[in-house]
Ligand binder design. Structure first.
Ligand SMILES: *[C@@H]1O[C@H](CO)[C@@H](O)[C@H](O)[C@H]1NC(C)=O
Ligand SMILES: *[C@@H]1O[C@H](CO)[C@@H](O)[C@H](O)[C@H]1NC(C)=O
Ligand SMILES: *[C@@H]1O[C@H](CO)[C@@H](O)[C@H](O)[C@H]1NC(C)=O
Ligand SMILES: *[C@@H]1O[C@H](CO)[C@@H](O)[C@H](O)[C@H]1NC(C)=O
Length: 444
């Protein structure tokens, strides 16, 4: 029986760039990456929501994003730039973030520039995005409308395709195994990890780079989510208070950007090369709500089935789950439905005696909702919780509620908690009614 372990982590988040340590330490310290974004585009001023969780610009050593430190320079101005040109022209920003996160994850796993041709034959990539490059769609539409077809860039289509992040990574590192991408809205990152683990279990690959990337903060996407009444509009002048999962004053999610990539590896292969093992990916569950385009069913039935499936797949009883990283985006209905679902899984058969013993947090208070990257970045937080026995906090949680009597679990309010975690679950739910849950366990 093959087993899948995590041997490398990489992420670009609103809390930092270059090295998961910075993001993780800032998360545990209660920092928040949500800021006012009026300076990005004058049209933002017209919108009801003017905040987002943004990847900071700056030098790598200071935890900032500077594409020139990650991307290959161009080969001059020629027709060959279409296939051999500068990375920042060939790649949309979501692909650039994915390239950087993948490089970090490979370095963390001790695999960067250090793999044989046989290993590369059995190494694959599964990285998706929820929305992709809205910026390119928008700009090209405007250009086309004004100037006609000759104004459309030959790089338009390659920049646009969701699977191009994975494609670029396979080319950069010479991976010739599965080259795949999930695109399931906000469940993308979780599906990518789960599907990639199945490729390893079914012997399609020995090593998989898996994850998701998103960079679609744009007046148009903000307009769309505002019109759907999904975003928080109550904290434009106090952005760090805006994302408040499980709090009775929560009023919508905050859009974020970033990427996460993990190295998943077949256990024997990892052991043979003496790799550091963070945790085992033990279970994966998927379900659909079959209910509504954007709203969850009130009882969270879809979420409940996904969690139960992940636990069944892992062969783990609910009472062993010491930490749940919730999807909880800080919306009134979504958080309530997920809370009900978690309680019905954790308090039923094989679970704990009372809600106070259920340990849940939502890290979206700190990093916002990373959409297609949320599932993987939150999986990374869950993996680190298992590895280091610490629960990351839920920021801004003053009064759990709406209604308060239902919110009686331990939501790790405001400050991280140290405690033994043998098993963690992480949930992801997406528009379209798609739900997934991943189960990580200490490797022993
Ligand atoms: C390269 O791989 C070997 C064996 O798998 C390992 O011992 C070594 O530490 C790795 N080197 C780097 C730079 O990661
Ligand atoms: C789209 O146009 C804006 C405004 O000119 C520019 O700032 C931005 O970089 C463009 N984005 C892309 C992907 O070309
Ligand atoms: C499952 O997915 C849906 C997608 O519409 C999501 O909104 C919902 O929160 C999830 N189901 C729950 C919590 O019951
Ligand atoms: C949740 O944390 C508390 C306090 O550390 C602990 O007593 C309890 O066992 C934990 N719950 C589970 C299911 O492990």
């Amino acid at each position: 029986m093959r087993r899948v372990v995590v041997t490398g982590l990489g992420a670009i988040t609103p809390l930092g760039v270059a090295g998961i340590r910075r993001t993780w330490q800032r998360l545990l310290a209660g920092h928040c990456g949500i800021v006012n974004i009026l300076d990005r585009d004058e049209r933002i001023a017209q919108l009801p929501c003017r905040i987002a969780a943004v990847v900071p610009m700056g030098k790598k050593v200071d935890g900032g994003w500077d594409p020139s430190e990650w991307l290959a320079p161009g080969v001059g101005f020629s027709i060959s730039r279409i296939i051999g040109g500068a990375d920042d022209r060939r790649m949309a920003l979501f692909s650039q973030y994915a390239i950087a996160a993948a490089e970090e994850a490979l370095g963390d796993a001790g695999l960067l520039g250090n793999m044989s041709e046989e290993q590369k034959d059995m190494a694959g990539v599964c990285i998706g995005s929820g929305i992709g490059s809205l910026d390119d769609v928008y700009n090209t539409s405007v250009t086309y409308e004004k100037g006609g077809y000759k104004k459309v860039s030959p790089l338009f289509v390659p920049r646009l395709l969701i699977n191009m992040a994975a494609g670029h990574i396979t080319m950069k590192h010479g991976f010739r195994g599965p080259n795949h991408a999930a695109s399931t809205a906000c469940t993308t990152g979780a599906h990518a990890l789960g599907d990639a683990s199945r490729f390893i279990l079914h012997s399609d690959a020995t090593i998989m780079l898996a994850g998701g990337s998103e960079s679609c903060i744009h007046p148009l996407s903000l307009s769309g989510f505002c019109r759907a009444k999904s975003l928080c509009t109550a904290h434009n002048s106090t952005p760090h208070l805006s994302s408040r999962p499980f709090d009775s004053l929560r009023s919508g999610f905050v859009m974020g950007e970033g990427a996460g990539v993990v190295v998943l590896e077949e256990l024997k292969h990892a052991k043979a090369r003496g790799a550091r093992i963070y945790a085992e990916l033990k279970g994966y569950g998927l379900s659909g709500d079959a209910h509504h385009m954007t709203a969850p069913p009130e009882d969270g039935a879809g979420a409940e089935r996904a969690m139960r499936a992940a636990l069944r797949n892992a062969g783990v009883e609910p009472r062993r789950v010491g930490y749940i990283n919730a999807h909880a985006t800080s919306t009134v209905l979504g958080d309530r439905a997920e809370n009900r679902a978690i309680k019905s899984v954790m308090l039923g058969q094989g679970g704990v005696e009372r809600a106070g013993l259920v340990n849940i947090s939502s890290t979206k208070g700190a990093v916002g909702h990373l959409l297609g990257a949320a599932g993987v970045v939150e999986a990374i937080f869950s993996i680190l919780a298992v590895k280091e026995n610490v629960l990351p906090p839920t920021l801004n949680l003053d009064h759990p509620g709406d209604p308060p009597e239902e919110f009686d679990c331990n939501y790790v309010p405001k400050a991280a908690q140290e405690k033994d975690v043998d098993v963690a679950l992480t949930n992801s739910f997406g528009f379209g009614g798609t739900n997934a849950s991943l189960c990580f366990a200490k490797y022993e």
